[in-house]
Each structure stands twice: as C-alpha cells, then as structure tokens.
Design a protein around this ligand. Structure first.
Ligand code: MSP
Length: 421
C-alpha cells in the first residue's frame, strides 16, 4: 500500500474576496501536496470555507442576502481564484455541507455523552471579526488586537466544553513536536501552563449555525464547527484512510484554536490526533498590514498580474522563510522574476534546449544532474523549510550555468586559438 499524506489549509471565511495572505497557506499546502505526489504517495489536500456564525450572517445581511446564498457567490469566486493559482486540492469542503453538519452533531453528542459539556452562562467579551472570546487582558485599549475593533460584551446561556480538564494531556502532547515552528510552540506551552478556562461552545442570540443535538435552541460555536471539517472530510467513502492529518497548515493568528481547542475536542471524542500543526508568519504589504479595514490589500488577481502566476508562487516562498513574517513588495517580486527566473533559470533552459537540439537529449544529460542535492531537498521538505528547498534548487541552477559558461569559454578559446584563456 502506498504511503499516505494528508494536508489541510484553514477553511476561509467567505465574507469577502480572498487576498494574498489567504493564498499563501493554500499555496504552501499545494507545494507539499505536489511534492508528496511526486514521491508516489497517496495525497489528500483539503481546503474549503467556514460559513456559519455571526460574521457571515452580518456580512450577508449588509447585502440583503441569506447567509447561504451570500456564501454560494463568494465560494464561486474563491474557487476561480484557486484555479488561477493552479492549486491542486482534492476536496473543497463547506461547513454548510450536509455531511459535515451531521458529523459535527455526532461529535458534539459524543463529547456530551462523555460528560465534557455542561450548561452555564457566558458573560464576557467577544470579537465577531475573530469569532473569538477575549478577556480584558487580551485586549489592547479595549480593542481586539487583530481587528482593532471594540469587543462586544455578551451575556447569554451557553454550553461549555470542559477544556480545563485537558491541560495536562495537552502539555504531554506538546512534548511530541506537535507544534511547529519551535518558537510558536513555546508561546502555546507557556499560555497553557497558566491554566485553561472552559470554552463556551454554543450561542443563542443568533441562529446561523449547527443546532446542538441535545438542545436545539443553541447553535454550535463556529470554531467547534469549523475545526471539525478536517475530520469530517475524511469520513467520506474512500477517504477514511487519510485520517489523522499529517499536517494542518495555518497562520500564526489561529494557532491557539488549532493547538489547544482542536486536540482537546478530539481527545474528548476519542478520535486519534493529527500529527502536526505548522503555523506560518504573516505577510505585510510595503510594511503595512494586509487587511481590508486597516491597511493595504493585495487581491489574488493583482498578485498574478505583476509577473504571472508562477513568479508570484515562487516569490512568496523564496522571499521569506516559511514560518516567519515577510514583507511583500511589487518591486521585489519583479526583481526576483527578472534576475532569478528569467535570467538564471530562463537562460539555463534556453541554453540547454539549444544543446539538446544540436546534440540530442542523451548527450546533453551530464554529470551535473547528479549534483542536485535531493537528500537535502527531502530533508528541507520534512522540516517545512520551503525557502531552503528553493535555495538548493537555485544553487543547482547556478552550478549548471557556471558549467555551461565554462564550456562556452572553451569553445571560444578553440575557435580563436587563444591558449591563454
Ligand atoms: N475561518 C477561520 C479558519 C478556520 S480553520 C478551521 C479563519 N479564516 S480567515 O479567512 O480569516 O483566515 C484564514 C487564514 O488566512 C489564517 O491562517 C490567516 O493566518 C491567513 N491570513 C490572513 N491574512 C494573512 C496575512 N496577511 N499573511 C499571511 N496569512 C494571513 O481564520
């Protein structure tokens, strides 16, 4: 049986057109999926949309649309963008898919039956932009640190998940290199050590969500619903073998949900845990935050129009180490397109094609091919060092160019009969 590889992206909120930040995670997953397919493995690459909750309900209302109808339109647009970026995902899941909704209900019931859900009252702060609960001390001058908007005070009856019960088990899990990169793992461990509050997992003040199977007046908290997508996608016939996920790729801003809530939910439901979570950094655009409300924005069409899709893909993974923040600049992309892809790689391809035309393919293949450091490349892929993979490939390209240049010099030397060259 072939080795399997299961990679996921976050499921995106279909409340607006997606931008380069969203494309980044999805492209990273695409790169990993293509690499594992090349190695002959059975790959499952999952992406999709996160469609329930107040954020989508409010965005739809602004356009006088029903949430589902609103999401349907954006999903079409998102799929078009993904096509333009040459993404090779195997499944696009939507949290409004009936099968997914059924499985969320199943898991809620399991966790409830295990005694890990109880009824209480939630009183506290909430940011709809993040769909997240906050405490006073998480806020910056009373504002959400991500959206810079006032967090809303909510008070409502709510079911709670006994997250606090899983503190020890989570700390055990983090010993197994569950979170990458290491510096982000440390942040999570420190916060979990401080103690965990139980998590409010239901809302009653709106109804755009999955009803709790044991109390239909409540709808499921959108993160509990959304995280389950990674598992529910593998419950489809023929896909069961892919669970557990090999790696969940996400941005650093949503690591807490993935590294704390998600494994605790699975522990409670008695489901095998994913193997790894990798949280990448954030892109700024000309040093400003990429955000519709608070800075510059670069949509996917604009990204592609700078120098084509391949150069855009290349730039994002060459210009910043995967895992760290990066700054996007149009000029930097154009420079890399010209100097590295058109010049170095392009010239190599054209010189080699000319040689092949003249001498045939067999004579042209030379010892250099052995110089490509496949083992190193493999190691970098295993460590998610996508920038280093590209470095290796480029040293190989440089070596090939140097050799061809030497050959050219020798020819010149012969034809001019210059012994001293
Ligand atoms: N719906 C949730 C995810 C649920 S997953 C079970 C969500 N959606 S999102 O649409 O807001 O964002 C998804 C991803 O986009 C996050 O991983 C986030 O880090 C990434 N990015 C958004 N802006 C970004 C940058 N400027 N740079 C890099 N990634 C960024 O969160």
């Amino acid at each position: 049986m072939n080795k399997k590889f299961y990679v996921t992206t976050p499921i995106y909120y279909p409340n607006d057109i997606l931008h380069v930040g969203h494309a980044y995670t999805t492209l990273a997953a695409d790169i990993l999926a293509r690499w594992h397919r090349l190695k002959g493995e059975d790959v499952f690459f999952l992406t999709g949309t996160d469609e329930h909750g107040k954020k989508i309900e409010e965005a739809a209302k602004k356009q006088n649309k029903k949430p589902k109808e609103f999401a349907d339109e954006l999903v079409l647009r998102i799929k078009k963008d993904w096509e333009k970026l040459n993404l090779t995902y195997d499944k696009f899941i939507r949290t409004t898919d009936k099968e997914h909704e059924k499985i969320v209900g199943e898991i809620l019931q399991k966790v409830y039956d295990n005694g890990d859900i109880y009824l209480g009252e939630y009183k506290g702060l909430y940011c709809t932009g993040c769909e997240a609960y906050y405490t006073e001390k998480d806020l910056e001058n009373g504002l959400c640190p991500i959206h810079k908007k006032k967090a809303e005070l909510i008070k409502e009856k709510s079911y709670f998940f006994k997250l606090s019960k899983y503190q020890k088990k989570l700390l055990e899990l983090y010993k197994k290199e569950f979170i990458l990169p290491k510096n982000r793992e440390k942040e999570i461990i420190n916060r979990v050590k401080e103690g965990l509050n139980d998590l409010s997992i239901s809302r009653t003040s709106f109804d755009w969500g999955i009803p709790l199977p044991f109390d239909k007046k409540h709808v499921c908290y959108v993160w509990f619903d959304a995280l389950t997508n990674y598992y529910s996608a593998t419950r489809e016939k023929g896909r069961e073998k892919f669970w557990p996920t090999d790696v969940h790729l996400i941005g650093k801003d949503i690591l807490w949900f993935h590294a704390v809530y998600w494994p605790a939910m699975l522990m409670s439901a008695g489901i095998t845990l994913p193997k790894k979570i990798f949280a990448h950094g954030w892109w700024t655009f000309d040093k400003e935050k990429i955000s519709k409300s608070r800075g510059k924005i670069l949509y996917i069409d604009e990204l592609i129009s700078i120098a084509g899709v391949d150069s855009a893909r290349y730039f994002l993974f060459r210009a910043a180490p995967f895992g760290e923040d990066g700054d996007f600049s149009e000029q930097a992309l154009i420079d890399r397109h010209n100097n590295e892809l058109a010049d170095k790689l392009g010239n190599l391809v054209s010189r080699v094609s000319a040689l092949i035309e003249k001498y045939g393919l067999e004579k042209t293949e030379n010892k250099l091919l052995k110089k490509i450091k496949l083992k190193e490349i493999e190691k970098h892929f295993e460590n998610y060092e996508l920038d280093k993979v590209l470095n290796e490939i480029f040293s190989f390209i440089d070596e090939c160019n140097a050799l061809l240049f030497l050959k050219l010099l020798k020819k010149l030397q012969k034809s001019l009969d210059l012994k001293s060259l």
